[in-house]
Design a protein around this ligand. Sequence first.
Ligand code: CP3
Length: 361
Amino acid sequence: MTRPKNDTFLRALLREPVDYTPTWLMRQAGRYLPEYCETRKRAGSFLNLCKNPRLACEVTLQPLARYPLDAAILFSDILTVPDAMGLGLYFADGEGPKFERPLREEWAIRDLTAPDPNVHLRYVMDAVAEIRRALDNSVPLIGFSGSPFTLACYMVEGGGSEDFRTVKTMLYDRPDLLHHILEVTSQAVADYLNAQIQSGAQAVMIFDTWGGALPGWAYQEFSLAYMQRIVADLKKVHDGERIPSIVFTKGGGQWLESIAAIGVDAVGLDWTTDLGSARRRVGDQVALQGNLDPIALFASPEGVAREARRVLDSFGAHSGQSGHVFNLGHGISQFAPPDNVAVLVETVRQYSRGFHGGQPG
Ligand code: CP3
């Protein structure tokens, strides 16, 4: 049994009592931190950084050295899985991720196989183990993956897209092909997350960044159904400890009840859904994670503190209820001022201590 000394994050996910509302931030290790940019320069590129366990560990710890965060998140990317499937991931400067071999032809789709994470994604497992050693049980480590649908968007489009024309055309004209991609990718994601758990990840999160681009019926059939299968396949206990899972569909607030019903421990919400009404809709079926607008970090320090309190108040944390993990509603901007992040994290800690009966400060 290796519960971290600070297990507030795990307790909130499992809706156990906490002394304050735990916080971590999506993309907490990233370009808004000068020390991240320095390590990335040394690595030569973002992908080299991901593929070097020592450097991945270094950047994972950077935000924790600056701020009193309650969880670390593995430094990696969701697109390492399709890369391991042979699609050839690269980052063109200023253009975001791209694939050398997008998945378009029926023969290539039929040839797709799930990689063995302990072989083809060995560098991720090594990073997880190295980060766990470096954390020395101070805070828990979150492992993660993209959702099958979100990965399929990048795999079929060959990179980012404004309207997802290629993948959605496949959905409408050749649903059998898209389902095949999603089947294989779901197996890959389940294997990948279980390997991360085996290597030391203490909670896992599925990022469904693009599920919200679908009509409701298609979200259920092409995104949620596959995440449900993955959650069912996840190892629930490792080393004597529960491994909680979080699902985040950006733009998925309208489907909250169905997401909460797939067997996850927590649902991530973007800033467009009110946390209080979300909590009333799902009761204590799941914990909720979120959901400050990432752009609120550009306000004055007083504004940042006010908006942090607004999120805590909207959850109704003053009732002393557990089951809230404070986070942004999406990834932090590369232009976010690091000093405002300090104000945010301190405000959540201090203000929420008052609700949960912990000592202020
Ligand atoms: O949260 C963390 O700190 C962990 C690290 C993490 C990264 N990407 C690092 C990263 C995580 C959890 C991700 C997930 C990810 N990657 C998602 C899902 C979450 C989301 O943001 O919706 C998606 C869609 C991707 C794909 C991806 N990777 C894109 C679209 C980009 C370019 C975006 C940009 O800001 O330029 C990346 C690159 C990326 N992934 C960076 C980081 C820190 C910036 C790369 C750099 O240093 O140049």
